[in-house]
Design a protein around this ligand. Structure first.
Ligand SMILES: C[C@@H](O)CC(=O)SCCNC(=O)CCNC(=O)[C@H](O)C(C)(C)COP(=O)(O)OP(=O)(O)OC[C@H]1O[C@@H](n2cnc3c(N)ncnc32)[C@H](O)[C@@H]1OP(=O)(O)O
Length: 706
């Protein structure tokens, strides 16, 4: 078998240990490396000519991306995974136990087990490259740092910093890393290896104690203080996760045990918890999301079609969506973008949106003001069709008015090139209808973003019958450059995400009209695992937007999409939600003391709010509506696969990731159970709960989506 590690000796007595997993783009830690690395460590110990060791990666732009997640997925029992963790502990202890100085030279991704490997070295130096990121993202996989991270991190950077890194899974950049003491130096990549060698030659240095405040000393330095921290962290975790994610609590327990009973005990607890977490359904679901998104990155969205390069983009409309789209085009895709709006106000909104995003990066020291200004210079504006001729893609983000979009199609075909793609950000109008105005319909496509554009990872790419494969592939590739996860969906009113969301929201509206209190409804769905409840979501998206989309969906898809008539009263009362400070909740001064329901909505709707129904039933009624419609979307080919349906729901509307998405969740429940739930509600509340045909077939055949 080809070697992963190679050891080379220098005349100055420093040995270089290079990790380069053969045939893989990223270095990942695999169980089979243990004998190889152990043998090398024995060789180093036996060679007195070696005065120091530098650990480097043989990969171009990544250090080590963590343990091989496929290896974890292959663990059949918690014990298998616990043993993997213990094996890592022993190898890392061998490395850390070397009497010669060991320095990790880090460039690129240094994540999870990769960072734990670096922590077992005596010192760490990383490059100042934007490609260099350090972190322990295991919690995002429903796991915890199982290679000693729960013990070494708190001892290196303090409990508070360590818990922050482990509980959020966030990646830190070089400047942040050195500030928190995660690395000892940050240098340009060109002198990274030389610097590491010099550090090794200089010998082991006693760690400079972290500068900490008196409060930190009291909290972290005393058992009582530590317990206060752990209890506080536990409260915050439960508030954020509603108890749906086991791993954060286990992370806190590992640190608590290790700080109280010593590193060895802490490592034992870490391995036991790591093993148990690998075996949880939550971690299996979260790992499936990683595999799905990684697999999707390799797909063009249109078979063998090759994407064309997008060297310049145009955005029509500088409003909330247009501003966001233009911003991610410059800040993420780093593609020049020209924003056209009918008013200077729209243009300044787009510029301000991008500037605010970029300036956040400056404030967080992710970039310099010069880098911000360089990216800002990529955005230009116009109120006329000037300087758009060479656009490769034009994205329209104007009002949901078919005539206006037809006019834009004609304008762009007149003003731009014959290959220019016309991508509509419409959230409901069928692309086929928009393309009716086109003389080159093969260039027309839907590219549906979700608000806020810079935060929501999903985009729906909607092809109509005549959209060319090149147009699809180019649009998918461009969206990826914007940092998006695109799913290609079939052209139909509401596409996929808004369609399954609409029925979920309608059921929440029904429950409201049955007298369930607004905040009671929201709490029920947050407890289920959604980031926010349906009433909050409606306020954020805009009650008027929902009111506009509903009739389009009802016309195209049928009666079940009819929104409750009582909701017309909300529009009559000019209740648009947060955007005009009048919705289901109070805004502005009235909300100074915290989020409060606008009780006037009850009198407007003639309701007496109760909290009668169990949160479980509330959530179940709303969720099964979403699940059932997701099945219909699959059987109609709106989505190409359960995988796309899961990723679309998780990344588009925050469907609880620990459930793996609608289809994985339905597999957990089983088709028979799904049909029984739906038929039960159908008999109580009507045909809107009638099970999708495919579900009934699956129940009869005992089949699953995966
Ligand atoms: C010991 C314990 O602490 C347990 C752990 O360490 S659990 C693992 C913790 N690490 C992670 O969660 C990192 C996962 N990887 C990423 O976030 C990203 O891959 C990246 C940020 C490192 C790089 O992103 P990007 O540049 O977009 O590249 P891809 O995501 O497309 O990945 C390229 C290929 O590498 C494979 N890969 C990356 N990380 C892992 C991993 N940890 N295990 C297995 N495979 C990994 C990925 O699948 C791609 O493979 P391909 O064959 O090239 O498609």
């Amino acid at each position: 078998m080809e070697k992963t590690f190679s050891l080379s000796r220098r005349d100055d007595g420093i040995a270089l240990l290079t990790m380069d997993v053969p045939g893989e783009t990223m270095n990942t830690l695999k169980a089979q490396f243990a004998p190889e690395i152990t043998a090398i460590l024995q060789e180093i110990k036996a060679d007195s000519s070696i005065k120091g060791l530098v650990l480097i990666s043989g990969k171009a732009d990544s250090f080590v991306a963590g343990a091989d997640i496929s290896m974890l997925d292959a663990c059949e029992t918690a014990e298998d995974a616990r043993l993997l963790s213990r094996q890592g502990h022993h190898v890392f202890a061998e490395l850390e136990g070397l009497t010669i100085p060991v320095v990790a030279a880090i460039h690129g991704a240094c994540l999870g087990g990769g960072l734990e490997l670096a922590l077992a070295c005596h010192q760490r130096v990383c490059s100042d490259s934007s490609k260099t990121m350090l972190g322990v993202p295991e919690v995002q996989l429903g796991l915890l740092p199982g290679g000693g991270g729960t013990q070494r991190l708190p001892r290196l950077i303090g409990i508070a910093n360590a818990l922050d890194l482990m509980l959020t899974g966030k990646q830190v950049r070089p400047k942040q890393a050195i500030k928190m003491g995660l690395v000892d130096d940050v240098v340009p990549e060109s002198i990274l290896l030389d610097t590491a060698i010099k550090m090794a030659l200089a010998g082991k240095k006693p760690r400079k104690p972290q500068k900490t405040s008196l409060v930190t000393k009291l909290l972290e330095g005393t058992p009582i203080g530590r317990n206060i921290m752990f209890d506080q962290a536990t409260k915050q975790v439960l508030k954020k996760t509603q108890g749906n994610y086991p791993s954060p609590l286990k992370i806190i327990d590992c640190v608590r045990e290790g700080m109280a009973k010593g590193m060895e005990k802490g490592l034992e607890v870490e391995a036991a918890h790591f093993g148990a977490l690998v075996a949880t359904p939550e971690s299996a679901a979260l790992r499936s999301i990683f595999f799905a998104t990684t697999e999707m990155k390799k797909e063009t969205g249109a078979g063998e079609a090759k994407p064309r390069k997008v060297a310049k983009a145009v955005v029509l409309g500088g409003g909330l969506m247009g501003g966001g789209i233009a911003s991610v085009t410059t800040t993420k895709a780093k593609v020049p973008v020209r924003v056209k709006d009918i008013s200077e106000k729209g243009l300044s909104n787009a510029l301000g949106y991008a500037y605010k995003l970029l300036d956040k990066g400056v404030k967080r020291r992710h970039m310099t003001p010069a880098e911000r200004d360089k990216l800002m210079a990529l955005m230009t504006t116009t109120t006329e069709y000037r300087g758009v001729k060479d656009a490769d893609i034009v994205i329209e983000a104007v009002f949901e008015d078919l005539n206006l979009k037809h006019q834009m199609v004609r304008d762009i075909e007149r003003e731009c090139g014959e290959h220019t793609i016309f991508a509509s950000n419409t959230s409901s109008l069928p692309i086929t209808q928009i393309a009716e105005a086109a003389s080159r319909p093969e260039n027309v496509i839907g590219l549906h973003y979700f608000s806020p554009v810079e935060k929501m990872p999903l985009v729906e790419v909607i092809a109509h019958e005549k959209t060319s494969p090149e147009t699809i592939a180019t649009t998918v590739a461009f969206a990826r450059k914007q940092g998006k996860t695109p799913i290609v969906v079939k052209d139909c009113a509401g596409f996929y995400v808004n369609r399954i969301l609409a029925l979920y929201m309608n059921e929440a509206a029904q429950l409201l009209l049955e007298g369930q209190a607004v905040d009671h409804l929201d709490k029920a769905l947050v407890k289920f695992g959604f980031p926010v409840g349906p009433m909050t979501l409606l306020d954020e998206v805009g009650i008027d937007v929902g009111a506009k989309i509903s009739p389009i969906l009802e016309k195209e898809l049928g009666e079940r999409f009819k929104a409750p008539a009582a909701f017309d009263k909300l529009m009559a009362d000019d209740r648009k939600g947060r955007k005009n400070g009048k919705g289901f909740y109070l805004y502005g001064k009235a909300a100074k003391k915290g989020k409060k329901v606008d009780e006037s909505v009850y009198s407007l709707l003639g309701l007496t709010p109760a909290t009668g129904k169990e949160a479980g039933e509330i959530a179940e009624r709303c969720v099964v509506q979403m699940l059932n419609e997701a099945v219909r979307c699959l059987e109609e080919g709106i989505i190409a696969s359960p995988r796309d349906g899961d990723i679309g729901a998780i990344f588009g509307i925050g469907f609880p990731p620990f459930l793996g998405g609608p289809f994985r969740y339905m597999d957990t429940l089983g088709a028979t159970k799904m049909v029984s739930l739906l038929e039960g509600y159908q008999s109580k509340y009507g045909d809107r709960f009638a099970p999708a045909a495919l579900l009934k077939t699956m129940a009869a055949e005992g089949t699953r989506f995966y």
